[in-house]
Design a protein around this ligand. Structure first.
Ligand code: NAP
Length: 278
């Protein structure tokens, strides 16, 4: 079972490395065993921090990393994965993602993913920041590359921007992924640090719902963001108390009325021309 509320690791230069490692460990203790990282984050530094955090407890973790599009050629993807494995001090990833679409044909990247999977270096693979036309193309590549239906471990998820004030994926991407049995992993669930303040009208609605559950507005937000079976979320925190708060969202149950109120307070809005990304 993959933890529905996981931990992001897109750290900045200012983030305290020792605190980040301790916080990841605290998150694991609290059941946030899905860790998302990437070769891009701190130019490999985030993967090294994750490697320290999971030392001695690799088997508890669902570990995800991502290849940069510029590295995503057939041979480059394999080399990038091996670099990630070395920094993470592990011999396999649970899931490996193409961070966003780049210059290399999907056929090449996917062939490398399949090679890595057959070698046991990754257990599954997916994509990130893919809009529906990209997903359609990816699905066609899978259809053409494999005899019969795609393997269960191929193209398992799409990681996309998703928070209360950015719900564009609900127009088409979420339904498409659900129809194709793909998980949707929402990134930046707190808007990359721009969460509605307690004195805003939206913040007050979250606070009222939270008070009814002895919870916090951020826990309410996280719960809303994983309200469907296909949805996962990966908040990033440096402070252990932030991670403890985020983990607490796991037990929260929102009523249908509360979900509807959040839906009205943070309206979906029109479908944007392009998929919003960070
Ligand atoms: P985020 O999770 O939306 O927000 C992180 C910010 O929220 C940090 O400033 C953090 O503070 C704060 N925070 C977290 N929990 C809090 C709490 N309980 N109370 C108060 N503040 C809290 O931003 P994000 O890092 O952009 O997104 C999360 C993860 O998604 C990334 O780390 C990365 O793994 C992934 N991601 C993927 C992509 C992609 O293209 N695939 C793009 C962006 C992000 P502290 O750090 O000070 O605790």
């Amino acid at each position: 079972m993959v933890a529905v509320i996981g931990q992001g690791t897109w750290y900045t230069e200012d983030d305290d490395c020792a605190s980040a490692i301790a916080t990841l460990r605290r998150g694991l203790d609290l059941g946030m065993t899905h860790i998302d990282t990437a070769e891009m984050y701190l130019s490999g530094g985030a993967e090294e921090m994750v490697g320290e955090a999971i030392a001695g407890r690799r088997d508890q973790v669902f570990l995800v990393s991502k290849v940069l599009p510029d590295n995503a050629s057939r041979s480059g993807t394999v080399a990038a994965c091996e670099g990630s494995l070395a920094r993470l001090k592990t011999d396999y990833l649970d899931c490996y993602l193409l961070h966003w679409r780049g210059q290399y044909p999907l056929e090449d990247t996917f062939a490398a993913f399949e090679q890595l999977r057959s070698e046991g270096k990754i257990r599954s693979w997916g994509v990130s920041n893919f809009d529906v036309p990209d997903l359609e193309e990816a699905w066609n590549v899978l259809d053409l590359s494999f005899e019969g239906p795609p393997e269960d471990e191929s193209l398992v998820c799409n990681q996309v921007l998703y928070h209360l004030q950015q719900r564009a994926i609900e127009h088409e991407i979420l339904p498409w992924c659900e129809a194709h049995d793909m998980a949707v992993v929402g990134y930046s669930p707190f808007g990359h640090g721009r969460f509605p303040g307690p004195h805003t009208p939206q913040g007050r609605v979250l606070a009222e719902i939270a008070a009814a559950h002895n919870a916090t507005p951020r826990q309410v937000a996280l719960r809303f963001l994983v309200r469907r079976r296909s949805l996962f979320t990966i908040p990033k925190a440096i402070l252990p108390e932030h991670t403890a708060e985020n983990a607490g969202a796991g037990d929260l149950q929102l009523t249908e009325d509360e979900l509807a109120r959040i839906d009205q307070t943070f309206p979906l809005g029109p479908r944007p021309a392009a998929l919003p990304v960070l």
